[in-house]
Design a binder for this molecule. Structure first.
Ligand SMILES: [Mn+2]
Length: 299
């Protein structure tokens, strides 16, 4: 722990990384764009029926896959392509002398949003929400909020507090979900099967309250849900008029899994995947799953 505190004060700036003032400005600009997204209705993004949307799974600070995604999307020459990101922070660290530097990916995504506001979309997730609410998560014996804050300290030294505050403001405006006109619904997770039946779907349409994002609230249940069952998903799909759900959240060693009308993607490791969806096309789950791509296929 002592070594970590010493490293925390390492000289800035690191080449290629924004300074604290730039980081705060980026986060504020991205937050303004996200709040006022023209395709946003409440907490829901609605894609039209032209072009493509690339859905991803959790990124958890994986800069390499993030950069591959940027290369695949090539937004500078693909104006009809959209991309949906979620759960960018809290990377796994293996040794005590490593830092969670997932703030880098969060800032790169904010920059991407500012550069391509009509193409880049970022959804709310439980790790981001936990960072916003200061709700510690312990994972493999680590306190991940603490480690994230240490990583921000490593990057921004004495100005880390300002960057963390701007990060929280940015997280607070993220939308909950996105859907296509052809019936593909994208979000970070779905509520546990037992909660799905009575799940208050109006949560997608309103400005979120503290109750919505706290334990027991519908947004909280949506973002933290696990143990999905094909039967519960089927019922929920009918209620929502949805053909297929695409989410992340539950770790997938092989990169993805399919549970009835639900596809779960993972984007945070070497077997990670993403899914380009043609907005003009109607898909069955099988057809959609057939288009899943692996990050290793991207140069
Ligand atoms: Mn998650």
């Amino acid at each position: 722990m002592a070594a970590r505190t010493m490293l925390e004060r390492t000289e800035r700036p690191v080449a290629g990384l924004p300074d604290a003032e730039t980081a705060c400005r980026l986060l504020r600009e991205a937050a303004d764009l996200i709040r006022e997204d023209p395709i946003r209705r409440g907490g829901l993004l609605e894609f039209g029926s032209v072009g493509q949307v690339v859905m991803t799974g959790d990124l958890h600070g994986n800069l390499r896959n993030f950069e591959k995604l940027q290369r695949f999307c090539a937004l500078e020459r693909s104006p009809g392509r959209n991309v949906v990101l979620h759960e960018l922070i809290h990377e796994d660290i293996e040794r005590a002398d490593q830092f969670d530097l997932s703030i880098d990916v969060l800032l790169r995504a904010a920059q991407w949003k500012c550069d391509f506001p009509d193409n880049v979309f970022i959804l709310q997730s439980n790790h981001e929400l936990a960072q916003l609410r200061g709700q510690e998560i312990s994972k493999g014996g680590r306190a991940v909020l603490y480690d994230f804050e240490q990583g921000v300290g490593r990057r921004f030294g004495r100005e880390a507090g300002a960057v963390l505050e701007a990060t929280r403001d940015y997280i607070s405006v993220l939308p909950l979900a996105a859907r296509t006109r052809s019936g593909v619904f994208m979000c970070h997770s779905l509520p546990d099967p037992l909660l799905l039946k009575t799940f208050d779907t109006e949560v997608f349409e309103r400005a979120l309250t503290d109750e919505d994002i706290s334990p027991g609230g519908p947004a909280y249940a949506l973002l933290w849900g696990r143990f999905h069952s094909a039967a519960a998903i089927e019922q929920f799909a009918q209620r929502m008029g949805v053909e297929c759900f695409v989410i992340g959240h539950t770790p997938q060693e092989e990169g993805h899994t399919i549970i009835g009308r639900l596809i779960i993607l993972a984007s945070e490791h070497n077997h990670g995947t993403f899914l380009p969806i043609d907005l003009s096309r109607h898909y069955t789950v099988e057809e959609l799953a057939g288009d899943i791509r692996k990050f290793i296929s991207v140069a």
